[in-house]
Design a protein around this ligand. Structure first.
Ligand SMILES: NC(=O)c1ccc[n+]([C@@H]2O[C@H](COP(=O)([O-])OP(=O)(O)OC[C@H]3O[C@@H](n4cnc5c(N)ncnc54)[C@H](OP(=O)(O)O)[C@@H]3O)[C@@H](O)[C@H]2O)c1
Length: 288
């Protein structure tokens, strides 16, 4: 049994908190930036009310066994403000965020060996304050090894699929290949149905092709046919489904553009791989 603090109990953090609450055994603390009222998480198994202690002041935090960071990537500095209180000599910090730079993003505050990067596939939404909804099966991947194994143990007894993988780099780049095309929804402010359009489909394939080329230059193993598979997945999604980039833009929040298409551009530059579609999309979105 472990003491666990979740920094950023939004959609992903709330659903993880919901499953850990249902599981029982661990001692949970929710670290939020505003007061959390009663929060009900609609898990795939039914509703759970979060009963964990909640903090809004980093100065009130005490060291725990595990810190799970589930803020958006652009809120890394805010999340890090909790580390002085939560992180003791034996604390491990798991970063449950999108992108391929989990350790780099927190390098200013934590040594790389304290961080467990997590590839998180957790369809979830927060449609209203106090209501969090799980929208699909949860899959997570961590690097194989002692720390990854300990992270997996936290979720024993839950239906969450947490897998240690030998090739973590390929796992996060595959996820980024999928996420890269979602920039189109944010640019157009149109949900997944827009991918049925042929020209949009061609653009989506090109965006993903660039990501595949950069991923391979980085050393990730990406199978043939990924651009086509990504497009097929977007086309198979409910026409009204909205990704988080689009939702963030529509709500006037910052967007994870630097962690997603911006990262493709930056790594592309490092390897001399051209990324004109991703760069155009990232520039336009950043300027909006
Ligand atoms: N949602 C999904 O379906 C999904 C799926 C896969 C991966 N992801 C990735 O998972 C990560 C989390 O996404 P999400 O959808 O869960 O985001 P989210 O719903 O926006 O939740 C982020 C939470 O972090 C909180 N926060 C921000 N700064 C904070 C601080 N300084 N201290 C404490 N809390 C803070 C936010 O507070 P406020 O309530 O004040 O905004 C919010 O509750 C992202 O990298 C995302 O790309 C999401």
């Amino acid at each position: 049994m472990a003491t666990i603090a979740i920094i950023g109990p939004g959609a992903v953090g709330g659903v993880i908190a919901g499953w850990l609450t249902q599981r029982g055994g661990h001692t949970l603390t929710l670290c939020a930036r505003r007061v959390l009222g009663k929060t009900v998480v609609e898990l795939s198994s039914g509703p759970v009310t979060l009963t964990a202690g909640a903090l809004t002041d980093p100065a009130a935090a005490h060291p725990v066994d595990w810190v799970l960071v589930t803020t958006k990537a652009y809120d890394a500095a805010g999340a890090a403000a909790w580390f002085p209180g939560l992180v003791g000599p034996a604390t491990r910090v798991a970063i449950l965020q999108n992108g391929v730079e989990h350790r780099e993003r927190f390098a200013a505050w934590l040594a790389a060996d304290r961080i467990v990067p997590v590839m998180v596939d957790c369809p979830a939404e927060r449609p209203a304050p106090g209501r969090i909804v799980q929208r699909g099966a949860i899959k997570m991947a961590v690097p194989q090894g002692e720390e990854g194994g300990r992270f997996v143990e936290l979720f024993a007894g839950t239906p969450l699929a947490v897998t240690p993988v030998a090739d973590f780099k390929s796992a996060v780049w595959r996820k980024l290949c999928h996420n890269s095309a979602g920039v189109i929804n944010a640019l157009l402010l149109k949900p997944a149905g827009v991918f049925q359009d042929e020209a949009i489909g061609r653009l989506a394939r090109e965006i993903v092709r660039e990501c595949v080329a950069v991923a391979r230059a980085e050393g990730a193993v990406i199978e043939e046919g990924v651009p086509e598979a990504v497009l097929a997945a977007y086309r198979a999604a409910p026409a009204d489904s909205v990704n988080s980039l689009q939702a963030d833009r529509a709500a006037g929040r910052p967007m994870e553009i630097d962690a997603r298409n911006g990262a493709i551009v930056r790594f592309g530059r490092k390897h001399g791989v051209p990324t004109p579609c991703n760069e155009t999309a990232a520039i336009l979105l950043a300027a909006m």
